[in-house]
Design a protein around this ligand. Structure first.
Ligand code: ADP
Ligand code: F6P
Length: 321
């Protein structure tokens, strides 16, 4: 007998394209005659039994919407054995035989615990702007976040050039420099600082001063939030170069807005792929896309330290300046 009912939840930081992923889950399940229970507010809604059946129609007109119709949260209670036990009881009481967890690395760890320690089949769908999960070229939301950050950089550039100043612009990404790197490359920034690569502030200031002597007075330095404290960096640059320096945090605007075509398509494909895996009896897996093909890895592999080599892109930012 095949699986009859699954649950779907979104967890951790919201990401544009999560709704497209929910739609992918519900529509593929509907085609396979599997009932879908929407679990609201992530693991916290699971523990509190905030559950509602999602019909084929209930996901109409959400593909173009940012955020998540299921809402999301961070749930410290689910980190405890008691919280997990309660979650399992609720799943059993609602006859939910497997769960699609759409979220980032923390949410994946939660799904891994449910699969491994409590024997609840779980499949992870990568929903985070940070692009910090293994087993996929991109996570749902990262493309939209880069576009949003880029739009802001283009605007900042106007004032940077007009007033000939230095701007330090902080972008999100937690411990990953992906958003920073892509935004720097696309925005033509002069420098990018990311957590994965060590940098030397006095060397950077020398470059700025040398440039100034040659007539270059405008700089945009993109800083990943996990790399350095932005306000302190801006102050230090100001002190060492004696050039007027401003600091801007782009913040949560990067999490909002209309998802790009890429994120909608990725969401739909991966939501559907997750249901397909559960229907085939798989558990403790994460779905992704590598070279445009669906790719499956263990949840543990997906959450291991993120493997990417930013060195070539970093050199390119400097060469193209
Ligand atoms: P994201 O999924 O965006 O990385 P978080 O790191 O905040 O977001 O994780 C989301 C939620 O996943 C946490 O609030 C918690 O409920 C659950 N979670 C994270 N790590 C674990 C863990 N080691 N064990 C069980 N649940 C976890
Ligand atoms: O993981 C997504 C993310 O937006 C990170 O880029 C950022 O560090 C964090 O979440 C912010 O979390 P909060 O919304 O709780 O401030």
């Amino acid at each position: 007998m095949g699986i009859k009912r699954i649950g779907v939840l979104t967890s951790g930081g919201d990401a544009p394209g999560m709704n497209a992923a929910i739609r992918g889950v519900v529509r593929l399940a509907s085609a396979r005659k599997i009932e879908v229970s929407g679990i609201f507010r992530g693991f916290s809604g699971l523990i509190n039994e905030e559950i509602k059946v999602l019909s084929h129609r209930s996901v109409s007109n959400i593909i173009n919407k940012g955020g998540t119709i299921l809402k999301t949260s961070r749930c410290p209670e689910f980190m405890t054995k008691e919280g997990q036990k309660r979650a399992v009881e609720i799943l059993q009481r609602n006859s939910i035989e497997g769960v699609v967890v759409i979220g980032g690395d923390g949410s994946y760890r939660g799904a891994h615990v449910l699969s491994r320690e409590w024997n609840i089949p779980c499949v992870g769908v990568p929903g985070t702007i940070d692009n910090d999960l293994n087993g996929t070229d991109r996570t749902i939301g990262s493309d939209t976040a880069v576009e949003t950050a880029l739009d802001a950089i283009d605007k900042i550039k106007d004032t940077v050039n007009s007033m000939e100043r230095i701007f330090v612009v902080e972008v999100m990404g937690r411990n990953c420099g992906y958003i920073a790197m892509k935004t720097a490359l696309a925005g033509g920034a002069e420098q990018v600082l990311i957590p994965e690569v060590r940098f030397d502030i006095s060397e950077l200031c020398h470059e700025i001063t040398d440039g100034y002597i040659r007539g270059k007075a405008s700089w945009i330095i993109i800083v990943a939030e996990g790399a350095v404290k932005g306000p302190e960096l801006a102050q230090r640059i100001n002190e060492l170069t004696d050039l007027e320096t401003r600091f801007v945090v782009l913040g949560h605007v990067q999490r909002g807005g209309t998802p790009t075509a890429e994120d909608r398509i990725l969401g739909g494909r991966l939501g559907a792929a997750a249901v397909d895996l559960l229907a085939r009896g798989e558990t403790d897996k994460a779905v992704g896309v590598i070279c445009d093909k669906i790719h499956v890895v263990d949840l543990e592999t997906a959450t291991a330290p993120y493997q990417w080599d930013p060195k070539d892109d970093l050199s390119l930012v400097k060469i193209l300046t």
